[in-house]
Design a protein around this ligand. Sequence first.
Ligand code: SF4
Length: 252
Amino acid sequence: MKVVFERPKTLLEKPFTYCPGCHHGLAQRLIAEVIDELGIADRTIGVGPIGCSVYIYEFIDVDFVVGAHGRAPAIATGIKRALPDRVVFSYQGDGDIAAIGTAEIIHVANRGELITAFFVNNAVFGMTGGQMAPTTLVGQKTKTTPLGRKPEVHGFPFRLGECLSVAEGSAYIARVALTRPQFIRQAKECIRRAFLTQIEKKGFSLVEILSPCPTNWGMSPKEAVDWLEQHMIPYFPLGELKVKECLPHEAL
Ligand code: SF4
């Protein structure tokens, strides 16, 4: 019988521990599929964050380090510089990468470090109970903005992907969602291109993955998917934000 669907070898055989309807599991499965298809599992090192997604090391079967809050890109930089033949990636939520870790990610991108970052944006701080994040939408209610985010008080939602696109050292920046089969196929292709950008030494790469947090949004998984499509995608448009066909990094 022809096998048409199976677990990626790099995805460990254990159930995900994320909440029902959370897309961390989908995102991590896609990363594992791409690692398999590129044949890089034995030379890939991941750096986990603080937040719900810290448990990525429980599910993807490559070497892992966990960084202090927001510091994953700096740690990934150190690993890559010490071991330049490895494929190094960070996996971070919006609280980790767009709040406390903003400085690290901006300078890693600007220096053109040869690492790949996966940025899971669910518009709230998930693990600590749903407080406002830099990515929380205008009007969106959270634990710390019970009347909804007001720009005059809380500022505007931060588009990190666009910000990193203007950094000279960034070579590939994309934003994806996982709410529909065609989006999932596009996301996998963007993850593959991001890893290839690193392997081909073109510069820094990042894939932002819009993701629901039904638990802290107070919605069912279906309502959360609909809300993401209706509210998040218009503000955080999907697509490749930057594709830089530059000289190999070593030749610069
Ligand atoms: S709290 Fe939100 S982000 Fe964290 S696992 Fe649950 S649904 Fe996912």
